[in-house]
Write a protein that binds this ligand. Structure first.
Ligand code: F6R
Length: 366
């Protein structure tokens, strides 16, 4: 049932504040602002030398953001790869590593094969899944449900932000277990996570008219480039993936710093550049990349926060301004304009948004 939404994808985008609340209730104590010990104890983070993550598509991009968090908050080195490569790379693994597998369906063939590979190598395995009865969940030592509820739209939206919520909670748990996050920092980070549903509702209630108008423009182009730094880099990849899979517009995501190593050759007035840049410690650097785009006549769609919008004077095709949010929740909050932009562009293109051509919700063959 789509409720009063035109597509499941739209419904699932709007469900995010609610399902993230459910996920948070499972992983954190909302009164004490701590990560639940049942969660943090499922993997012995204190004794680990490294973490390895394997997944496909959007789930892989959630894992890539998770890598930034585990390394930053828990000083835990993370090796991550798409499951179709991971399973065949003959990676040397050791039992002082744990392995996480991220999958909405819990049935993706390559992710399952990666899990079996790690299991055979004697690693402790954990599944970050939506479907708890799935094969990946059954075969893992620990299961971390994302609690997103059924996701019907082929393009993943709420599963992505719930995966991120779970990974952020696990990274905090890991940082705590490894003696790097102390009680007051834990409380602060958890409090920031708990602010997410309210902030996301506010964004969903305010940005749709602007995004709809912008999507009408975007639907006229054939190529789009997404740029970001830090955790906004995987988000740039996710933005490009979401746009191409449902609107069929060619889109690519790049780390902003890679612009001058190739893609800058493509910049002209025919390829809008979507820059994802909250006002974080990378902001100035991303703005200088934006400058390079503007100097070559590129059209910029700037997705930033209030501080970022006030700090940049560059002319843009559009600036989407989100509230200033804590660094740890920025990837989830910034997912909203990215998802809505892809959604409305696809609606203007008249594609089958919930069932894009050639794609399946669950990829059980390699
Ligand atoms: C993109 C998308 C796919 C899936 C990928 C993995 O919107 O939905 O890229 O993320 O096929 O699927 P799961 O998470 O079920 O393993």
């Amino acid at each position: 049932d789509k409720g009063n939404h035109r597509h499941f994808m739209e419904k699932e985008i709007y469900e995010q504040p609610e399902v993230i609340s459910h996920a948070l209730a499972h992983y954190v104590d909302l009164g004490a602002h701590t990560v639940r010990t049942a969660v943090s104890d499922a993997i012995d983070f204190a004794s680990l030398r490294g973490l390895t993550i394997s997944a496909c598509g959007t789930a892989y991009l959630a894992g890539l953001i998770g890598k930034y968090w585990f390394e930053r908050y828990a000083r835990l080195p993370v090796e991550i790869d798409v499951a179709s490569e991971f399973r065949y790379r003959e990676i040397p693994l050791s039992t002082d590593q744990a392995a996480l597998f991220i999958s909405q369906s819990g049935e993706t063939a390559d992710t399952l094969a990666s899990l079996r590979y790690c299991h055979d190598a004697g690693l402790k395995t954990g599944a970050v899944v939506n479907v708890r009865e799935s094969t990946i969940a059954r075969e893992s030592d620990a299961v971390f449900p994302i609690l997103a509820g059924p996701e019907i739209g082929v393009a993943s939206t709420k599963a992505f932000t719930c995966q991120l919520t779970v990974l952020a909670s696990l990274a905090i748990a890991a940082g705590k277990a490894r003696g790097l996050i102390h009680a007051d920092e834990e409380r602060q980070l958890v409090r920031q996570l708990t602010e997410m549903p309210r902030l996301m509702s506010g964004v969903l209630n305010s940005i749709e008219p602007q995004i709809e108008a912008l999507s009408r423009e975007l639907s006229k182009y054939k190529d789009v480039l997404y740029l970001g730094r830090g955790t906004s880099y995987p988000l740039a990849l996710e933005g490009a993936l979401k746009l191409k899979e449902i609107s069929y517009i060619h889109a690519e995501g790049y780390a902003a710093g890679e612009l001058k190593h190739g893609p800058i050759a493509l910049i002209d007035e025919n390829m809008p550049v979507i820059v994802i840049a909250p006002h974080d410690r990378f902001f100035e650097k991303t703005v200088s990349n934006m400058q390079e785009v503007a100097a070559r006549g590129g059209k910029i769609i700037f997705i930033t926060d209030e501080r970022g919008a006030a700090a940049s004077k560059l002319p843009t095709m559009a600036t989407i301004t989100l509230p200033n949010v804590a660094e740890i929740i920025a990837p989830m909050v910034f997912s909203l304009p990215i998802q809505l932009l892809a959604y409305h562009t696809a609606v203007f293109m008249g594609t089958d948004v919930d069932q894009p051509r050639n794609l399946a919700k669950s990829v059980t063959v390699e």
